[in-house]
Ligand binder design. Structure first.
Ligand code: C2E
Ligand code: CA
Ligand code: CA
Ligand code: CA
Length: 383
């Protein structure tokens, strides 16, 4: 659908509600605004230029008038086409753009003598969200360099022997004003940028020191420590080599560290296959985390040689009352045995749940019944 116009035709006027933006196919368009009752020309647009997109983006009344200078042909761009894309953009980028638009409008209004204070303009919800995220991300960067992060260790029980076989390292952040922030929130934030890479390295370094201290304390059997690695970190070149170098530098047996990879839409399974192969070549084990949630795909299981499958707590919580959930956990345990893959069930909070795992012959249990995530000092003190 195209629009043909002749010289002098008005495309939109100041104050109009924005419904469409336009792409100029041919002809020239003049953009003008009134200043102290006088019309001033702001710009001339030519074929290939976009016009009217600003009001469409922030849904504010038109702040300028567009008039065809001669014969013109325009393609309308529906508001939904722009807003849909915008809604899929990173919220931080969106809020930066909204902020810029508002400043531009404020400057324009001031120039036109309509308003003299930019401060009259309030922040939109998405802008507040975006700025809130930038602020939090800045605080997180600061915490990373100023020792504001911490690692807790949650025990994994070897079900058959009743002994603690290892620990999962879980990062913690205590925000100076907000207090403890869930890793669900800040790890997701760090994953949006590459901030997760140095955070992951911090957790790794700290975990290596923890294994050393566990071994020095005479823990028997020598525990492993499992570290979470997100999809974003996997794509970072040299990740596994750096992990191996750290383990070696700390004089630790390679088998004392495991990595846990969470299934997510962002996982590139070709890359995961390469990572697993590289880890195995170096003697490092790899677990598939949160199995059964989100994007689990049995085809990944037959192609990828994971050493361990971790069953998400959604299943263990349900297996006590729901026979279908129990059947699923049982099937995963059997699948693990058939594939030679160890199975950990997470979220074990009661004796009843642990008894089920014992009966199913599941390898490992993790959860509040076994132990909550604790500091290294707490664990060593208790040992
Ligand atoms: P996850 O890897 O699935 O870790 C298990 C989560 O379940 C932890 O939450 C743990 O505290 C919690 N949990 C353990 N046992 C129980 C239980 O019996 N009941 C209940 N209700 N919860 C239990 P947390 O520490 O809040 O971590 C959340 C997620 O954040 C982790 O899920 C992991 O995906 C991510 N994460 C944590 N630390 C790191 C890290 O160092 N790097 C990366 N990339 N991600 C991390
Ligand atoms: Ca995990
Ligand atoms: Ca998990
Ligand atoms: Ca999880």
């Amino acid at each position: 659908m195209r629009i043909h116009l002749q010289a002098g035709d008005v495309i939109f006027s100041e104050g109009d509600a924005p419904t469409t933006a336009f792409l100029i196919e041919s002809g020239e368009v003049e953009i003008s605004a009134t200043q102290h009752g006088q019309r001033i020309v702001l710009s001339h647009l030519s074929p290939g230029d976009l016009l009217g997109e600003m009001a469409v983006i922030d849904d504010a009344p038109r702040t300028a008038t567009a008039i065809a200078l001669g014969d013109c042909m325009l393609f309308p761009i529906d508001r939904a086409q722009i807003t849909e894309r915008l809604s899929k953009t990173d919220p931080i980028i969106r809020s930066l753009m909204e902020g810029q638009l508002k400043r531009y409008r404020g400057a324009l209004a001031a120039m036109q003598g309509k308003r003299d204070k930019l401060s009259e303009i309030s922040e939109t919800p998405s802008e507040q969200l975006g700025i809130g995220k930038i602020r939090l991300e800045t605080h997180l960067r600061e915490a990373l360099v100023n020792d504001g992060l911490d690692v807790r260790y949650q025990p994994l029980l070897h079900v058959a022997s009743g002994r603690i076989a290892g620990y999962e390292a879980l990062v913690r952040w205590t925000h100076p004003e907000r207090g403890a922030i869930s890793p669900m929130e800040f790890v997701a934030l760090a994953e949006e940028t590459s901030l997760i890479v140095p955070i992951g390295e911090y957790v790794f370094d700290t975990a290596c020191k923890a294994v050393t201290r566990f071994i020095d304390s005479g823990a028997d059997p020598k525990p492993f420590i499992a570290v979470n690695v997100s999809a974003r970190q996997l794509g970072h070149p040299g990740l596994i080599e750096r992990i191996v170098a750290r383990v070696d530098a700390a004089g630790l047996p390679r088998g004392s560290l495991k990595i846990e990879i969470t299934e997510s839409q962002a996982l590139n399974y070709g890359l995961v296959a390469d990572v697993i192969e590289l880890c195995h070549r170096h003697g490092i084990k790899v677990a598939l985390d949160d199995f059964g949630t989100g994007y689990s795909h049995l085809s990944h299981m037959h192609r990828l040689a994971f050493d361990t499958i971790k069953v998400d707590q959604a299943f263990s919580r349900a297996m006590v009352d729901d026979p279908r959930s129990l059947a699923i956990v049982e099937a995963i345990v059997h699948m693990g045995k058939a594939l030679g893959t160890e199975v950990v069930v997470e979220g074990i909070e009661t004796e009843e749940m642990l008894a089920i795992l014992r009966r199913l012959g599941c390898d490992y249990a993790q959860g509040y019944l076994i132990g909550k995530p604790q500091t290294l000092d707490e664990l060593l003190g208790a040992a």
